[in-house]
Write a protein that binds this ligand. Structure first.
Ligand code: NDP
Length: 332
């Protein structure tokens, strides 16, 4: 069946400007880290992508190694683009990254010019694209001069293979240096992708302040702590859940302490007429430094429920105060 995108898609999801750039993102974006690999159902992927786009989610985040198998999420995304989504290429913001292990040898990971350039070429080929909208250095490389890593990002822009560049998992000081180097090369550091949720508040210790000071946007990943900030595990570990597959989220994260706190947060969410996931998304979006919350979804239903968070984003001071002692570092 031919896909016809919903004509009212831009009325569905509010957007935010990324720092002081021309880039604008939906308040909730969709990541393809899980659920889009060669092991995952292709028709479900298609349904989730189409529903997302129909609901105004025009940003899709990838990386060279997403799968499993590594690379297969980009390959599958390329197939979905070719089948139908690709006709909306000028409306889509597609990102990819390089930095974690992807192939053997010294250039299959980290931040050398060789590695980043080869990886971007591979990503473009897997997705069958001429360019990506955002290209990230996925992690800081302590053994490569930052000038070289940022030089490779700048070259990606100058060669037309990326429109904007970003860094991910860099701390405040590394980010400040990266921005200064890129500035000298005439390419702004537009966006940062840190992990941020009620269960990992690291960016509050200086990164958000630095980003705001430098007018760099933040798209925060795993705002639901991989599913821990939802009711997914309240009655055990479902067979089809991320924890059951033990792919990054381990079953030993589902502790008594975790369940107690998550259920209390769930109660606070219910008082607002929300699910825990919706409260967790409203909570990350309360930060002025945050341009977008980058979620994952294994079904259309999860996606729809999560996007409904945007109908009730305001958190009263009393609600924030009640959340504060429960928003604990280290549970995610
Ligand atoms: P989330 O914290 O949003 O977790 C998503 C998972 O939570 C889903 O796959 C699903 O798991 C579960 N879930 C989502 N909604 C619901 C719901 N309403 N009810 C119950 N369970 C729900 O984000 P991710 O950890 O998936 O990360 C999002 C994106 O961030 C990635 O795809 C990637 O693009 C990016 N990322 C970037 C990293 C980086 O280093 N830059 C690292 C990690 C992620 P289930 O399978 O159990 O249904």
């Amino acid at each position: 069946m031919t896909y016809e995108a919903a004509t009212d898609r831009y009325e569905q999801t509010p957007t935010r400007r990324v720092g002081n750039s021309g880039l604008v993102l939906p308040e909730i974006s969709l990541g393809l880290w899980h659920n889009f690999g060669s092991v995952d159902d292709f028709d479900n992927q298609r349904a989730v992508l189409h529903r997302a786009f129909d609901l105004g989610v025009f940003h899709f985040d990838l990386a060279n190694n997403y799968g499993p198998i590594p690379g297969s999420a980009e390959e599958n995304f390329g197939k979905h683009l070719k089948a139908d989504l690709g006709k909306f290429r000028d409306e889509l913001i597609i990102s990819t990254k390089a930095g974690y292990h992807m192939w053997n040898g010294p250039f299959g990971e980290w931040g050398s010019r060789k590695s980043l350039t080869a990886s971007l070429n591979q990503s473009l080929s897997r997705m069958q694209l001429d360019y990506v909208d955002i290209f990230y250095s996925h992690r800081f490389d302590p053994n490569t001069p930052l000038e070289e890593t940022m030089g490779a990002l700048a070259s990606a822009v100058h060669s037309g293979k990326a429109l904007y560049v970003g860094v991910s998992n860099y701390n405040a000081e590394q980010t400040e240096r990266a921005a200064a180097i890129l500035n000298d090369l005439g390419v702004p550091l537009t966006i940062h992708q840190p992990r941020y949720s009620m269960f990992d508040r690291t960016p509050e210790n200086g990164l958000f302040t630095t980003l705001e000071h430098l007018s760099i946007g933040a798209i925060v990943f795993s705002p639901l702590a991989q599913g821990l900030l939802t009711d997914r595990y309240f009655a055990g570990i479902p067979e089809d859940s991320r924890a059951a597959r033990a792919h990054f989220l381990q079953q030993n994260s589902i502790t008594e302490e975790y369940l107690e706190i998550a259920k209390e947060l769930n109660g606070l969410a219910a008082d607002r007429g929300q699910t825990l996931a919706q409260l967790a998304l409203a909570w990350v979006l309360r930060q002025s430094a945050v341009s977008s919350a980058l979620i994952g979804a294994s079904s259309v239903k999860q996606l729809e429920l999560n996007l409904a968070a945007l109908n009730n984003k305001h958190l009263a001071p009393a609600e924030l105060k009640a959340i504060e002692p429960l928003a604990k570092h280290g549970l995610g």
